[in-house]
Design a protein. Structure first.
Length: 161
């Protein structure tokens, strides 16, 4: 993957699309973009294999923005992060399929998770330290995202029950 990115960046420089001094920035950006695409493809494949593509998409829409600001554990390597993400998706789909969801359980879990998020977020990790401004901004964003997504998810879940 690194060779592919390096060759692509070299071509962009040779064709004067980007400046040579920006090579490292583009290498990094392209690498991160490829990782995001790989994660998205993997998530969609897992959802499809489980026959739960719509549940996977709904979970991802709620989880990804919230996780971006909540903080918490950050894996030391990208491979470990990828594997833990795959495991998380599988566990969530297993829980969706095998837990008897009632409106009381959904509302109770939403209430408990909301309290935890409101009190603890954002959580700092040694691999991703936060300064005081980031903590304040992420705390507000986390609460907004949580409230918005929980209302949507519970509304849909309650309509199905």
């Amino acid at each position: 993957m690194s060779n592919l990115i390096a060759n692509f960046t070299r071509i962009l420089i040779e064709n004067e699309v980007i400046d040579a001094e920006d090579k490292e920035i583009y290498d990094y950006g392209l690498k991160q973009g490829m990782i995001i695409v790989l994660n998205a493809i993997t998530t969609i494949m897992i959802g499809s294999l489980f026959g739960m593509l719509s549940e996977t998409i709904v979970f991802s829409i709620a989880y990804i923005p919230l996780r971006s600001y909540v903080g918490g554990y950050h894996a030391k390597t990208q491979l470990r992060c990828y594997l833990l993400s795959v495991l998380l998706i599988i566990c969530v789909l297993f829980a969706i399929e095998n837990i008897l969801w009632t409106s009381s359980i959904v509302l109770g879990l939403t209430f408990i998770s909301g309290i935890i998020i409101f009190i603890l977020a954002p959580m700092e990790d040694s691999n991703k330290p936060l300064d005081s401004i980031e903590k304040k901004v992420f705390r507000v964003r986390t609460r907004i995202i949580f409230l918005k997504e929980r209302f949507r998810k519970n509304h849909r879940k309650l309509l199905r029950i």
